[in-house]
Design a protein around this ligand. Structure first.
Ligand SMILES: NC(=O)c1ccc[n+]([C@@H]2O[C@H](COP(=O)([O-])OP(=O)(O)OC[C@H]3O[C@@H](n4cnc5c(N)ncnc54)[C@H](OP(=O)(O)O)[C@@H]3O)[C@@H](O)[C@H]2O)c1
Length: 247
């Protein structure tokens, strides 16, 4: 049996386990299983890596950064982001860390721009929130050559605040919500943007996928903006993890 799984703590519900279990049954993959490995302390990882047949792990909160010193190698984009959410274990036991959110976001953005006949040329982005997800998004934007500004509730050398957005928003056609604002059950909340300044040239990308249509997206649509939720990124990052494990 080839084994895959998710490490994190606590592990209450998991998109990955559901996604891979459904994928295995849909695609007739009978030699593989995906388990949850609840791991309060990352020092338990070396023992887990000795599991016979183990080929790959997803990594979630709180271990995405702490896992790095336990790996033999870290892929270039994961190193730049400073977080790993996919581990591949080679047959000789050597481990490599990757960040599949980076790949999922980058690919979903490229597909979405193509849907609207838009290119990255001249595009500029506002990235709302400065947590873990935003770090993968910023590295992907930099690699795509899209200039960006980070927007935070707190002003820092690397970010502006929401209060600075009026007057600026017309220069940034792409707005990416990397904050949890608007996630179920707080579905009536939306990031603090000057929505009345949005136009039909704007593209609003919400990393939130529950609900499928957030207030951020609805308010953008009212102004004619294109919108996308985080579901495709979620699926693309899972498929990237699978591709990495099969390489
Ligand atoms: N679609 C996907 O594949 C995918 C992948 C990863 C994550 N996500 C989603 O992306 C979102 C962010 O993930 P994360 O892990 O980076 O989350 P996080 O660390 O909890 O929060 C991200 C940032 O959002 C800002 N923020 C938090 N609460 C806020 C509030 N009440 N009002 C305004 N800003 C607030 C904070 O930045 P400041 O303090 O700088 O304002 C925070 O650092 C989550 O909803 C997650 O589910 C989706």
């Amino acid at each position: 049996m080839i084994r895959y799984g998710l490490i994190g703590f606590p592990l209450t519900h998991s998109f990955s386990q559901r996604y891979f279990s459904e994928k295995f049954s849909r695609e007739g993959i009978t030699d593989s299983r995906f388990d949850l490995f609840e791991m309060p302390d990352i020092t338990a990882l070396p023992d887990l890596l000795k599991t016979p047949g183990l080929r790959g792990l997803n990594v979630t909160i709180p271990h995405k950064q702490a896992v790095i010193p336990y790996l033999d190698r870290v892929d270039e984009s994961a190193a730049k982001i400073g977080a790993v959410n996919v581990i591949k274990r080679e047959p000789d036991g050597k481990t490599t860390g990757y960040n599949s959110d980076y790949y999922g976001f980058k690919l979903s953005l490229v597909y979405w721009l193509a849907d609207y006949d838009r290119t990255t040329a001249g595009l500029r982005a506002l990235v709302l929130g400065t947590g873990g997800a935003s770090k993968a998004v910023l590295v992907a934007l930099a690699d795509l050559g899209i200039p960006f500004k980070s927007v935070s509730r707190t002003k820092t050398n690397d970010s502006i605040t929401y209060a600075e957005l009026p007057g600026l928003i017309s220069d940034y056609p792409l707005i990416i919500n990397c904050s949890p604002v608007g996630t179920y059950p707080h579905t009536d909340e939306a990031p603090a943007l000057p929505y009345d300044q949005l136009t039909d040239r704007h593209m609003l990308y919400d990393l939130v996928y529950n609900p499928a249509e957030t207030q951020f997206m609805k308010r953008g649509q009212e102004r004619g903006a294109a919108t996308l939720n985080g579901y495709q990124m979620l699926v693309l990052q899972a498929e990237k993890a699978w591709a990495i494990w099969q390489e």
